[in-house]
Design a protein around this ligand. Structure first.
Ligand code: GLC
Length: 726
C-alpha cells in the first residue's frame, strides 16, 4: 500500500524517480560502435496490415532497419515503462530519443481523462451507465471524445475499455464495465475502441482475462473450464481484436487456471496471437502485473508497466543466452508497430486545455446520462384512484413543493476513486439538477435531518425524492479505491429513511446511484417510483431532473440483472486464493435455476409503451455462416415519443450440449412518436450460435433447431419463431 501511495504521490507531483538512465538508451544504452546485427526478415501478414492504419509494409521495413540499429540494451529499454510514476502527466514507455522512437504515453481510463494527468477533464457517466444506453453509436462518440481529451493532455494510449464480464455486482469495478452479457459487452466495447482509435489514440482493452474480483486481484487463481473461458470470458476480447483491431491489450493481475495472466502462454500467445491474430502489444497491469522476465516475454507480454522491475533481468538473460535477441525483437517489433502505425512519431504532444470539458463534451456527458437512466418502477400515488396517472413524470404546472433528501442527494457522486478517477471542474448533483430544472414556481427543499419540521415538509410536499445508493466509499478498485462491495443491499439507515418518508408521503420517488445492482425488494414496493442513475457523470444531476420532470423520456435498459436477494446469484468469493468461474451467472443463471429477478437484464420502463407484432424471419433454415434477419414491427402505443431497445434472444432446445435457456444475440433501438410503427431489423450471425467444443478445440455451429424470441428484456419476450441451421 505504501508503494502505491508513493506512486500516487509521484503521479500527482511529477515522477519522483524519473526515467532511469538505462531505460531511454542513455549512457549505457547508447550505440555500440561497430556492432553488425542482422534482424530476422519479417514479411507483413494480413493481420499486421489490417492492424495498421498506415502503410503496414513500410512500417515493418522501418522496424527491421531499426532492429539492426538498436543495441540490445536499447531494445530491452523499449519493453518497459520509463518510471514508476507519471512524467509530465502521463505514464511513459518505449522511448528511444537517439533513434527518434517517440514512445507510448498512456493514461486511464474508462470514464474520461485520468486524474493522474493532473488536469481537469470531462467526467462521463461510468461505463455501466453507458451500457444501459444500449447504443453503440453513442458509445463510439464517447470513445472519440475521451480520446480527444487524452491527446489534448499529451497522451496517445487510453487504458480502456474495461470489458471484464460483470459476473457479480459486488465486484468493486462493476461500474467500469458495460454489463453481464457477452454479446452486449462486446458490442459496446467494440464501439468504444473504434471511437478512441478514430482519433488516432491507441485503445488498450483490459483486463485480459477474467478479472472480476478486486480484493484478491493480485493473487486469486480463477479456475475456468475451457468452454466457459471461450464462450463467456473471452468472446468480447476476441471482438475487440478481430472487429475493432484494438491497438493493445492489458494483461490482468490474476491467475487463470494456475498461471498469472502475464505468464499465460495459452492466453497471450495460443489464443490472443495465434488464434485471433492480434498484432498489437500487450502491456502488464501496473506494478504487480508482471511476474517474470524471460518467462513473461515468452508467454507473450511485451511491456512491463509502469517501470522495469522484473524486466531488468532481461539484460543478464540475454547476455547469458537464456533469451535470444530474436525473441526480444518480436516484442520490440510489436511495440514499434503500434507507434509507427498510429503515427506517434509524426505528431507534436502539446497541452490543449480548450478540448477538455468543452461545451461539446459536456453536452455529450449529459446526453449519455439522459440515455442511461433506467426507470424501474412508476406507480400511482398512494391512495390515488387506480386509473390516476403514475407519479412520474412530475408536472411542474401542478406541483409547488418538492423535498429532496438521501445520502447522495447533494454529493458529487461520479464513481470510483481508483485508477478510473477523473477530475472534472464542476459536477451537477441531483439536488442542483432539480433546482436548475424546477422553474420559478417550484420550491425544492433539501432535508438533511428528518426532524419534526422536516417531517412536516415531507408530509406537505407534492413529491419527495430520495437520492441514495452507493458512494465511492462503498465500491471501487482494489488497493486505491474502496474494493469490492460487502453487500448488495442499501445501507440500513437509508432504508429506514425511505420507510420514514413513505409513512408520511404518498409520492416517494427513489433515485439510486451506484455501479451495479442494488437489492431493493424489501422496500421498493412501498415507494411510488424508482430509478437507477448509476454514477451519472458531471452533468448527471441535470439528467436525473430531466427524466423526473419528463423533459426526457427514460430509455435506459438494465445491462445487468437485479436479483431479489444476493443468495439468488452465484456466490461471490473475494477472500479465497482459488475461485471457480463456471458457465453460469446473471440472467442465464437465474433462468436456468428458475429464479425470477426483481428486475431482469434488459429491463427499463418508459413514459411511453411499446407493442410488438409481425415477427418475420429472412429464412426458416440458414447455413452455418449465414445471417438470420429478424424483423419485427414495433408500435408506440403511448402518448409521448420514446426509444425502445428491441432485444433478440436465441434458444437452442435441440442442442447436444447444455445451453442457457436463452442468450442475447442481437439488439437494436428505434425512436417512435405516439402511434408510430416501424419495422426493426436485427441480424443474427449463425456463427454466434456456436458452442465451444472442447474435444474439437473449436467453436461448432450445430445443425439443429433454434428459436428466436424478441422482446423488451430477458423476461419480457413478446414474439418468437423457430428456425434451423442446416
Ligand atoms: C491499475 C488498474 C488498471 C489501470 C492501471 C494504471 O492497477 O488495474 O486498470 O489502467 O493500474 O492506472
Amino acid at each position: 500500500m505504501r508503494f502505491w501511495i508513493g506512486v500516487l504521490a509521484c503521479a500527482l507531483v511529477i515522477g519522483c524517480d524519473g526515467p532511469s538512465p538505462a531505460m531511454d538508451g542513455g549512457p549505457d544504452g547508447g550505440a555500440d560502435g561497430g556492432r553488425v546485427y542482422e534482424p530476422e526478415p519479417f514479411e507483413p501478414t494480413a493481420a499486421t496490415l489490417a492492424y495498421c492504419p498506415r502503410d503496414g509494409a513500410a512500417v515493418e521495413a522501418r522496424i527491421t532497419a531499426l532492429l539492426a540499429e538498436l543495441t540490445p540494451a536499447e531494445k530491452i529499454a523499449l519493453l518497459s515503462g520509463s518510471a514508476s510514476a507519471v512524467i509530465d502527466g502521463v505514464w511513459e514507455a518505449s522511448v528511444n530519443t537517439r533513434l527518434g522512437i517517440p514512445g507510448l504515453h498512456m493514461l486511464d481510463g474508462p470514464r474520461g481523462l485520468s486524474a493522474f494527468s493532473g488536469k481537469r477533464g470531462t467526467a462521463f457517466p461510468v461505463a455501466s451507465m453507458r451500457g444501459a444506453s444500449w447504443d453503440p453509436a453513442l458509445e463510439r462518440r464517447v470513445g472519440a471524445a475521451m480520446a480527444r481529451e487524452l491527446r489534448s493532455a499529451g497522451a496517445d494510449v487510453l487504458l480502456a475499455p474495461t470489458i471484464n464480464i460483470l459476473r457479480h455486482p459486488r465486484w468493486g469495478r462493476a461500474q467500469e464495465t458495460y454489463g453481464e452479457d457477452v454479446h452486449h459487452l462486446g458490442t459496446m466495447g467494440v464501439a468504444f475502441i473504434e471511437g478512441v482509435q478514430s482519433e488516432g489514440v491507441l485503445a488498450s482493452v483490459k483486463h485480459y482475462a477474467a478479472n472480476s474480483i478486486e480484493n484478491t486481484r493480485h493473487e486469486v487463481d480463477v479456475v475456468i473450464d475451457e468452454r466457459t473461458l471461450r464462450e463467456i470470458y473471452l468472446p468480447h476480447f476476441r471482438r475487440a481484436v478481430e472487429d475493432a483491431r484494438v491497438a493493445s491489450v492489458m494483461s490482468a493481475y490474476n491467475q487463470v487456471n494456475g498461471a498469472y495472466c502475464d505468464l499465460s502462454r495459452h492466453l497471450l500467445t495460443d489464443i490472443l496471437r495465434d488464434e485471433w491474430q492480434f498484432a498489437g502489444f500487450v502491456e502488464s497491469d501496473w506494478i504487480w502485473g508482471t511476474h517474470g522476465s524471460v518467462e513473461s516475454l515468452r508467454a507473450g507480454l511485451d511491456i512491463e508497466m509502469p517501470a522495469a522491475d522484473q524486466f531488468r533481468r532481461l539484460r543478464r538473460a540475454l547476455a547469458e543466452g537464456d533469451v535470444t535477441e530474436a525473441e526480444i525483437d518480436s516484442s520490440v517489433r510489436r511495440v514499434l508497430r503500434a507507434q509507427f502505425c498510429y503515427g506517434l512519431d509524426e505528431r507534436e504532444r502539446e497541452d490543449v486545455p480548450s478540448v477538455r470539458e468543452s461545451t461539446e463534451h459536456l453536452a455529450l456527458a449529459l446526453e449519455v446520462a439522459r440515455r442511461g437512466v433506467v426507470l424501474l418502477e412508476n406507480r400511482v400515488a398512494d391512495g390515488a384512484p387506480t386509473d390516476a396517472p403514475p407519479v412520474l413524470p412530475l408536472d411542474r404546472a401542478s406541483i409547488s413543493r418538492l423535498v429532496v433528501l438521501g445520502r447522495a442527494a447533494d454529493v458529487e457522486n461520479i464513481g470510483d476513486e481508483g485508477s478510473s478517477r477523473v477530475s472534472p471542474t464542476d459536477v451537477v448533483t441531483a439536488l442542483e439538477g432539480l433546482r436548475m430544472r424546477a422553474g420559478a414556481e417550484l420550491t425544492v427543499t433539501h432535508v438533511t435531518t428528518l426532524d419534526d419540521e422536516a417531517r412536516a415538509a415531507v408530509a406537505e410536499a407534492d413529491a419527495v425524492i430520495v437520492v441514495t445508493g452507493l458512494l465511492a466509499a462503498d465500491e471501487g478498485e482494489g488497493d486505491i479505491g474502496a474494493g469490492d462491495r460487502s453487500t448488495l443491499a442499501l445501507d440500513p439507515s437509508e432504508v429506514a429513511l425511505i420507510r420514514e418518508v413513505t409513512a408520511v408521503s404518498p409520492r416517494v420517488i427513489v433515485v439510486l446511484e451506484g455501479g451495479a445492482a442494488i437489492t431493493v425488494s424489501d422496500w421498493a414496493d412501498e415507494v411510488e417510483a424508482l430509478l437507477f442513475a448509476f454514477y451519472p457523470g458531471q452533468r448527471g444531476g441535470l439528467a436525473i431532473a430531466d427524466v423526473l420532470f419528463g423533459d426526457v423520456n427514460p430509455s435506459g435498459r438494465l445491462p445487468f440483472s437485479v436479483p431479489n436477494a444476493e443468495a439468488d446469484l452465484p456466490p461471490f468469493d473475494n477472500v479465497s486464493a482459488t475461485v471457480i468461474y463456471d458457465y453460469w451467472h446473471g440472467y442465464r443463471h437465474l433462468q436456468r435455476e428458475g429464479v425470477a429477478p426483481r428486475y431482469p437484464f434488459g429491463h427499463g420502463l418508459s413514459y411511453a409503451r411499446f407493442a410488438y407484432s409481425g415477427l418475420s424471419l429472412s429464412a426458416s433454415r440458414i447455413g452455418p455462416e449465414d445471417d438470420l434477419i429478424v424483423r419485427v414491427d414495433v408500435t408506440n402505443v403511448g402518448d409521448v415519443r420514446g426509444i425502445e431497445t428491441v432485444q433478440a434472444y436465441v434458444r437452442a432446445p435441440g442442442s447436444r450440449v447444455e445451453r442457457a435457456p436463452r442468450d442475447l444475440r442481437a439488439f437494436a433501438q428505434v425512436e417512435l412518436g405516439p402511434g408510430e410503427t416501424q419495422t426493426v431489423a436485427l441480424a443474427i450471425d449463425a456463427r454466434d450460435l456456436a458452442f465451444y467444443d472442447v474435444e474439437a478445440g473449436a467453436f461448432v455451429v450445430e445443425h439443429t433447431s433454434y428459436e428466436v424470441e424478441v422482446g423488451a428484456s430477458a423476461e419480457d419476450l413478446r414474439v418468437s419463431a423457430p428456425f434451423a441451421v442446416e
